[in-house]
Design a protein around this ligand. Sequence first.
Ligand SMILES: Nc1ncnc2c1ncn2[C@@H]1O[C@H](COP(=O)(O)OP(=O)(O)OP(=O)(O)O)[C@@H](O)[C@H]1O
Length: 285
Amino acid sequence: MSDADATTSTESAASNEVTTTGADSRRRLDDPILELEGVVKRFGGITAVDGASFQVERGSITGLIGPNGAGKSTTFNCITGVHTPDEGSIVFDGTDITGNAPHRVANEGLVRTFQIARELPEMTVLENMMLAPKDQLGESLWRSVAPVSRQRVVEQEEELRERSWEMLEFFEIDHLAEEEAGNLSGGQRKLLEFARALLTDPEMLLLDEPMAGVNPSLEKKLLEHVHELQDQGYTFLLVEHDMDVIMNHCEHVVVMHQGSVLAEGEAAEIKSNEQVIEAYLGGDV
Ligand SMILES: Nc1ncnc2c1ncn2[C@@H]1O[C@H](COP(=O)(O)OP(=O)(O)OP(=O)(O)O)[C@@H](O)[C@H]1O
């Protein structure tokens, strides 16, 4: 049983209310939702992440940037459980998730949008949505929480279908519900990834280059959705190479360089930070 399971808690990203009793009763709304401390990840002789420490404030849109090879993706993979850090700790919402498997991390409420490759291109958009909770929470976990009665199975499918439609409507892709996912444009796929991630009702979303390959009008729409969801209480951490997106939409920016955090602060401070400018000029961005 995880620390979170051992705690009686009622929380909702939408209301941003957290009431807890038990082991982590000291957890407060103004505590950071995510804390990385001295995270190290090595691949043979390469140290991809070299003692990265930073925090993400609850309800913020935080950008993680850095030149190519700075260690951003590896850090994301450590957070979401794809990689186990060699050193350091990762605490999400008061629970130590260091080295937890991806479905356990998702189950805690920290979800990453799926890469396009993970969608099933020959299945419809709606079918892809219906698969999302099973994928993200892990098949075995899904089975373990699945009801035994046939009636309940039918009810659960119906609830999932309803929620899938709500999400598709929110992202304005409900008219594509019966379309094969493989026929969607790059931008529409991003919206589908987003909708799928939200189906599991996470507290925080990790977005890996959400604007890559997205046309300007859809980018605007995606960003509006991000802000709308932020208003509902969701927290975002995004890796994004588009500096306009980072500078105009993130309250807090963390800059990685050579595996560790070079600087962090408000976008305006980061923009004029000489070390950051130098790191970028020295890189191939
Ligand atoms: N599985 C792996 N095996 C070996 N080396 C790896 C592996 N994954 C990443 N690296 C190396 O770790 C370093 C950091 O890579 P990472 O992909 O995390 O950087 P990044 O900041 O996300 O870069 P980019 O912006 O180009 O995606 C690089 O030198 C990369 O070659």
